[in-house]
Write a protein that binds this ligand. Structure first.
Ligand code: NAD
Length: 284
């Protein structure tokens, strides 16, 4: 029997509508984005983020810098945004050009306005089980699993991928939801043996069809985060034949993707509440 598809569009639209209500209630807000260089995918993502922000009543503040921008120039811009009281959220679009140390830029963003949830303070809070601002894609994954009533407590969850933006944070959110969690990566000895044990399998590796149907436990819930541009179009990390084995599976596109931007907007509301005092931000 074919798996039920965990579609993200409808849930994302609902979240965006909630965000629009919150933004109205709070009297508007702003999201500053910083794009360095001319990576076409980054330009596309920034465009999508701006459009979604505007639709929710969030005013984007658009900063674009040339590819040869130095680290000091970028740090100066971030310091200016941190000092600007009109700015509710700050998002440096990644990846940054090679002459810039990404970690230094992430560290420079005011943790209260770090809507990507990547600042070491926010990452540490998540590690401690006291989430403040959490990366958007992992939040979207958990929201989608919740929407489809996937039980996490007592489940064995396996995450493939250990990036700071998807793999590690989603593993922590799953742990917080009382799943028993394993994290696999490119040096895992026997990936198939690990994934076959997963009641909940989250794959964020960026490798087309990395997870074949026979690597999926029958009846599992499978979240395919991968977005790989191939000659055949956009494909995920999970082979489409897995739909015959899993009970639930996210489509690519249309699964996790739409939730990422919705959760970024929700993070912007959260950041605005932190700064305006209606939500307490723990001392850094
Ligand atoms: P990344 O390249 O930073 O990390 C990939 C991870 O996968 C690494 O930890 C690596 O160890 C692991 N990996 C690579 N090859 C592997 C293999 N053969 N076996 C086991 N593990 C392997 O990537 P990322 O930023 O985490 O993104 C992962 C994928 O998710 C990409 O396709 C990306 O486009 C997609 N993505 C989608 C969204 C969305 O909104 N849907 C958001 C972020 C990322």
């Amino acid at each position: 029997m074919a798996a039920t598809l965990m579609e993200g569009e409808a849930l994302a639209a609902r979240i965006r509508a909630e965000v629009a209500d919150d933004v109205r209630e709070l009297g508007g807000m702003t999201l500053a984005t910083v794009l360095v260089g001319d990576d076409p995918a980054s330009h596309l993502y920034i465009g999508l983020k701006h459009r979604a922000a505007r639709e929710a009543g969030i005013e984007p503040i658009d900063h674009r810098l040339p590819a040869e921008t130095t680290q000091d120039e970028l740090l100066e811009l971030i310091a200016g945004l941190n000092a600007d009281d009109r700015v509710d959220g700050i998002l440096p679009q990644l990846p940054l050009p090679p002459q810039i140390d990404e970690a230094a830029i992430i560290r420079a963003v005011d943790p209260e306005r770090d809507v990507d949830g990547l600042h070491p303070f926010n990452a540490g809070q998540l590690y401690l089980g006291r989430p403040t601002l959490v990366p958007a894609t992992p939040l979207g994954i958990i929201a989608l699993l919740d929407e489809y009533r996937v039980r996490l407590e007592r489940a064995r969850a396996v995450v493939v991928g250990r990036s700071d933006i998807v793999g590690k944070p989603v593993a922590h959110l799953l742990l917080q939801a009382n799943a028993t969690v394993a994290i696999c990566h490119s040096r895992t000895a026997d990936l198939a043996a690990e994934t076959r044990r997963a009641d909940v399998l989250v794959v964020a590796a960026g490798v087309p069809a990395l997870v074949a149907a026979d690597m999926v436990k029958p009846g599992a819930a499978v979240v395919d985060v991968g977005q790989n541009r191939t000659d055949a179009g956009l494909v995920g990390d999970v082979d489409s034949a897995a739909a015959e084995v899993a009970a639930l599976l996210t489509p690519v596109p249309g699964g996790v993707g739409p939730l990422t931007i919705a959760m970024l907007l929700r993070n912007t509301v959260r950041a605005a509440r932190f700064r305006r005092g209606s939500l307490a931000f723990p001392a850094a």
